[in-house]
Ligand binder design. Structure first.
Ligand SMILES: Cc1cc2nc3c(=O)[nH]c(=O)nc-3n(C[C@H](O)[C@H](O)[C@H](O)COP(=O)(O)OP(=O)(O)OC[C@H]3O[C@@H](n4cnc5c(N)ncnc54)[C@H](O)[C@@H]3O)c2cc1C
Ligand code: SF4
Length: 478
């Protein structure tokens, strides 16, 4: 890796200056290097913590993410500030968004339409899946159409899921995941040890194992322990980025700036630059998660080949979405609620997580305090999401009817899905969005925004594959 001494960068010019090295940034740079000439500077607040360091220290970063923003609410927002960002701590669940997620307003009259549709993103989903060697179930194309096969074979589902899939071929699938089913050159096969935020086997895609060629590319310079503070702007363009390292500030200039800090830090950088206003920082959201435990009657589970083994789309789409939210049900291969205590029945448990879509609300937002520190205000999920959660739970007996079910227990709300999204939303109309369909800021035309802050609405599906695909597409359109 070409590591930069931040002091030596003072007043240097790069063709591209990219803030952050998580999903949004690294996939953008990946495509840039394929398609464009020029030098790239990556400005990364955190340090490089190799896989061995993370396992030994049992953390993803020396910086505690909770110290990087303030909030009056108890709701936690988890992210990693380090080289690779969220690729270090994520669990590797990689469903695509559902085609209808992009057209919520025109189909159901709620939320908003994205400025692009599923078909526009489809080829880039395939490319992102190839880069991450995603394992998946070919049958999934029935719900999420695809033009390329999954790079890796599907993981093994649990016994109850095989029964369910037999009855619901169009709804139940082995999960698409960046946890390798078979070893790759950089990664071991997943062995179902269940601590994926710090995978001991290094089986999961991370930027450190899967984006080495980007981070070590001769045209890429990386400034570590260097925080993006603010932009300087002149007219309708950004003229410089002010960075801080070891207490000193420097300016770097560039033709194109790419803002890929996370959905809390990215709007804060714009607000510190007096480039906020409008919807900047507004609409922070994530899907609403629910823990459910299904007690099985005489059927063992927990025999899949990875931590989460299946996704069920039976509660995802339909006219009901004009009234309440879509729900995606994920099938867990771990004893989230403990094993059963009755003799001979310890594996007759099937933990589920219901992820319910939400609608962005202005009251959930990021502002900055007088020191420029991000402040998160959280009024809670929408009534639409809550109704969706209630309806999904009520429909579970029917969904699970192919299984011998003894009881279905609502265990708890999950305090977070760790999916911060939506604070710099994409859209065609500058009045209701911050960036356009090519991820360029509506006003500052040499500023691209990548990462989950760009999400127009909150799908029930995990976001990171979509973050990666959006970045590949945006860089290809430059
Ligand atoms: C425990 C956990 C599990 C998760 N599991 C999944 C999953 O299974 N599937 C899924 O789809 N998603 C998952 N996620 C969410 C996933 O991590 C995010 O969706 C994804 O990382 C968002 O990408 P991003 O590019 O917006 O931000 P990030 O990946 O967080 O990247 C932001 C980058 O910016 C850097 N940065 C921040 N501020 C500054 C600054 N001021 N200056 C310079 N650099 C800065 C950060 O260090 C980081 O490198 C999980 C998250 C957590 C915490
Ligand atoms: S289940 Fe285990 S081996 Fe597989 S990705 Fe998670 S931690 Fe790694």
């Amino acid at each position: 890796m070409n590591l930069a001494d931040p002091a030596a960068l003072a007043d240097e010019h790069f063709d591209y200056v990219v803030i952050g090295s998580g999903f949004g940034s690294t996939f953008f740079v990946h495509k840039l290097l394929e398609t464009r000439p020029g030098r790239v500077l990556i400005v990364e607040w955190g340090e490089h913590h190799p896989h061995g360091w993370q396992i030994e220290k049992w953390k993803n970063s020396a910086i505690d993410g909770a110290t990087t923003y303030r909030s009056e609410s108890d709701k936690p927002w988890h992210y990693t500030v380090a080289l690779g960002g969220g690729t270090n701590c994520w669990y590797g669940q990689t469903p695509r968004l559902h085609p209808t997620d992009f057209r919520l307003k025109s189909l159901y009259g709620v939320g908003a339409d994205w400025p692009i549709d599923y078909d526009a993103l489809e080829p880039f989903y395939g490319q992102a899946e190839t880069i991450m060697s995603i394992s998946g179930d070919p049958d999934m194309a029935k719900v999420l159409p695809r033009s390329t096969p999954f790079p890796q074979p599907a993981h093994r589902m649990t016994t109850p899921e095989h029964l369910l899939k037999k009855a619901q071929r169009d709804w139940h699938f082995a999960i698409p995941t960046a946890r390798a089913r078979v070893a790759t050159e950089q990664r071991a096969a997943c062995c179902a040890s269940f601590t994926c935020h710090r995978c001991p086997a290094d089986a999961k895609f991370t930027a450190l194992n899967g984006m080495k060629s980007v981070l070590e590319h001769p045209r890429v310079t990386v400034a570590l322990s260097t925080k993006a503070i603010r932009f300087d702007s002149a007219g309708d363009s950004v003229s410089a980025l002010v960075i801080e390292s070891a207490g000193k500030q420097y300016r770097v200039t560039s033709d194109l700036f790419v803002l890929g800090a996370n959905a809390i830090q990215s709007p804060a950088i714009l607000q510190r630059s007096s480039m906020g206003g409008g919807l900047t920082g507004k609409g922070l959201h994530e899907s609403l998660g629910t823990h459910v435990e299904v007690l099985l009657d005489g059927l063992d589970s927990l025999d899949g080949s990875t931590i989460t083994t299946g996704l069920n789309y039976g509660l995802y789409d339909g006219p009901f979405r004009k009234d309440y939210a879509a729900a995606l049900v994920s099938f867990e291969n771990r004893w989230v609620h403990g094993l059963r205590t009755e003799p001979g029945r310890w594996k007759q448990t099937l933990p589920l997580i219901i992820m319910t879509e939400d609608l962005p609300q202005d009251g959930n937002n990021v502002t900055i305090d007088e020191h420029g520190m991000p402040v998160v205000s959280w009024i809670g999920p929408s009534d639409y999401a809550r109704r969706g959660q209630k309806e999904a739970f009520a429909k579970l007996p029917k969904l699970l009817s192919p299984l011998p079910v003894e009881d279905i227990i609502f265990r708890s709300d999950r305090d977070t899905e760790s999916h911060l999204q939506g604070t710099l939303r994409m859209g065609d109309d500058p009045a209701s969005s911050v960036i356009d369909s090519k991820m360029i800021h509506h006003r500052w035309r040499n500023l691209a925004v990548v990462g989950s802050s760009a999400f127009t609405t909150c799908s029930a599906s995990n976001p990171s594959l979509t973050v990666a695909a959006l970045s590949l597409r945006a860089a290809s359109l430059l």
